[in-house]
Structure formats: structure tokens, C-alpha cells
Design a protein. Structure first.
Length: 205
């Protein structure tokens, strides 16, 4: 659902023959570097769900909102168990904050719009999964997010050149089995980096 301006599309077609194929960062984490100035993404870990020459789409996995899931269940008139209703939802990014996306472990169960991103990670954006989650019949591990993060063609590549992000191979255990406030540190240490050292080193090169 990445919309490109018609003008860019024409330019894309013109340069198609000379364009290099990008190495996709799908199923990777983007860890915001301290120099990233966008307040939407400060100290964030973004899980990249899609990345192609047309752009990229992902979900922030470590910014919890002070909104319990029952607020969404109530809005959609869903029955729910208290335990499910009390879990907090996540701020997936600044685009379409009124849309819900559920990042969850891949299981045998499929829903209307389930897309497999990695062997053990799927994304679903249809209401039927929320109906199941509300009653405790959904996937064993799931993050309910509002909104998503997106980049136009070439935009993410430019930000990477500016050292705004660190790219790290994704690990489902960091998404589903690690406390929210420890996910950035866990992502950094998965490639042998200490997040605290990273912060203090910036600007002293």
C-alpha cells in the first residue's frame, strides 16, 4: 500500500534498466541511531515487513502506547477476556494511526489478510484476528500496533547512507519474548554491540 506519485513512477520506469537491484531488508530490524532527529522514531526498533525498489514498510516494536487493547475491542464491539483486554497496544509508526496491524508468530491458524514475512513471523491486518485475540483464541504471541512506518522509493537507502539507522537481522525472540523496554538493547547485543556505548560514541569520532 505504498503510494508513489505518478511523476516518480515515470522516472522509475525510465531508469528501470540502469537501476541496481536493492538488497531487501525485509525481516530485519532498524535500530534508530542517536543522530536520528525524527521524534517519531527516537530510540525505536522498527521491524521491516516489506522492502523493495518502491519503498519500505515496517512497524515500531518498542514504543508502547498508554492504551489497553480493550479500547480497540470496545470500539469494534468485540467480546473479550480481561486478561487480553489489559495488554497495551503499540505505536507502529506515524502513518495511518487509525489502522491496526498485528505482528504475530506464525502458526497453523490463518486469518483473512495474514501475510508470512519470515518463517516464524506473520502480519495480519484484518478484524477477524482481533476477534480471536480478544477471546484468547488468537496467536500465542502477538503485538497489536496502531499505524505503521513507511518510506518512499530510495528514501530508506538515503537514511541508511546518513547513518540514521543500524540494520540488524531480525529475531522473533526479541519481538515476542523480550520486555518492550529491553528490545533495543537486545537487538544491538544480537550483533555484539552495547547500546549505551553506541549512544555515547556518537559525535566523538
Amino acid at each position: 500500500a505504498l503510494s508513489l506519485l505518478p511523476k516518480t513512477r515515470i522516472l522509475d520506469t525510465m531508469s528501470e534498466s540502469t537501476k541496481k537491484v536493492i538488497s531487501s531488508l525485509k525481516n530485519h530490524f532498524l535500530l534508530a541511531m542517536p543522530g536520528l532527529n525524527d521524534p517519531n522514531f527516537a530510540q525505536s526498533v522498527v521491524y521491516i515487513c516489506e522492502h523493495s525498489v518502491d519503498g519500505a514498510m515496517g512497524l515500531i516494536i518498542n514504543h508502547q502506547l498508554d492504551i489497553p487493547a480493550k479500547a480497540i475491542f470496545d470500539q469494534l464491539d468485540l467480546e473479550y477476556h480481561d486478561q487480553q483486554g489489559n495488554s497495551l497496544i503499540f505505536d507502529g509508526g506515524p502513518v495511518q494511526r487509525d489502522r491496526g496491524f498485528i505482528l504475530h508468530k506464525t502458526g497453523e491458524q490463518q486469518w483473512e489478510s495474514t501475510v508470512s514475512i519470515a518463517e516464524d513471523i506473520s502480519l495480519t491486518a484484518s478484524k477477524d484476528i482481533l476477534t480471536d485475540i480478544a477471546l484468547g483464541n488468537g496467536p500465542a504471541d502477538a503485538l497489536i500496533t496502531l499505524g505503521y512506518s513507511s518510506w518512499g522509493a530510495g528514501q530508506l537507502e538515503d537514511e541508511l547512507k546518513q547513518n540514521s539507522w543500524l540494520t540488524i537481522p531480525a529475531d522473533s525472540a526479541i519481538i515476542f519474548d523480550t520486555a518492550c523496554d529491553q528490545r533495543a538493547g537486545a537487538a544491538a547485543s544480537s550483533i555484539g554491540l552495547d547500546l549505551n556505548m553506541l549512544s555515547s560514541d556518537i559525535g566523538h569520532a
